[in-house]
Design a protein around this ligand. Structure first.
Ligand code: URA
Length: 233
């Protein structure tokens, strides 16, 4: 059981104050009936509507962020702007954290959630969740680069990488890289080891979740039910 205003705020669409006002204005129904007040306890199995539209009563919140360059993948930082600072205040108060990290200058898909078990599952090294990146490099990519990625590279410091996919794109110096792990600066280090330093990097997908092409850099949206369900498969 959860307080109605808290449940509404957890959707990220309203602050707690706005949620209270919605209830007081009679715009919220629980199982078709008006609640007594914002502090009413609601069961997640009940149907909650706002202006007649059902809202999610999920326990956890899942946010897709198109991370822009220049922000760090952390919830707080003494000096740098964080990915959390790109979210509205109501989403900054519910314990969301990024699932994995992108470098400060890397753009693209970042999932934020307060679903600890899911984050753990996606990050567990044994799970080998595929992550696809678009990269631009100095130099042109060759079939030998592709073979080296496929074979599993050993970096200069002895780091052993799992076999990965490198797919050169038509335009020289552009490629897609698929990793099944997430070592520190991995894409940059693998390409640098081939003598092709990365000049631009963007994550396109993580497991079944793809960056929504309608989201510009810096924008976010809540995951859709189907996207959440895909993680549970
Ligand atoms: N690999 C990198 O080098 N940087 C990232 O941000 C992600 C993967």
């Amino acid at each position: 059981m959860e307080r109605l205003d808290k449940l509404l705020a957890a959707t990220g669409r309203w602050s707690r104050k706005e949620a209270k006002a919605l209830v007081k204005a009679g715009r919220v129904l629980v199982d078709g009936a008006p609640p007594k007040g914002p502090e009413d306890k609601v069961d997640r199995a009940q149907t909650v509507t706002v202006d007649g539209q059902p809202i999610s009563t999920r326990k956890y919140t899942y946010v897709m962020l198109h991370k822009p360059a220049g922000v760090v993948s952390a919830t707080e930082d003494p000096r740098e702007r964080t990915v959390l600072s790109l979210l509205p205040p109501e989403l900054r108060r519910i314990g969301l954290a990024p699932v994995g990290r992108l470098d400060k200058d890397t753009e693209g898909l970042l999932l934020l959630t307060n679903d600890g078990p899911l984050a753990h599952k996606l990050l567990a090294p044994v799970r080998h969740v595929d992550k696809v990146y678009y990269a631009e490099v100095d130099g042109s990519l060759t079939p030998e680069d592709r073979e080296a990625f496929r074979a599993g590279m050993t970096l200069a410091d002895g780091t052993q990488c799992l076999p990965a996919e490198l797919e050169p794109l038509e335009e020289p110096g552009r490629c897609l890289v698929t990793l099944r792990e997430g070592k520190y600066h991995q894409v940059k280090r693998m390409l640098a080891a081939r003598g092709k330093p990365v000049t631009y990097l963007k994550r396109l997908s993580m497991g079944p979740l793809a960056l929504d092409p309608a989201l510009p850099a810096g924008a976010w949206r809540l995951l859709k039910d189907g996207e959440i369900a895909a993680f549970e498969e």
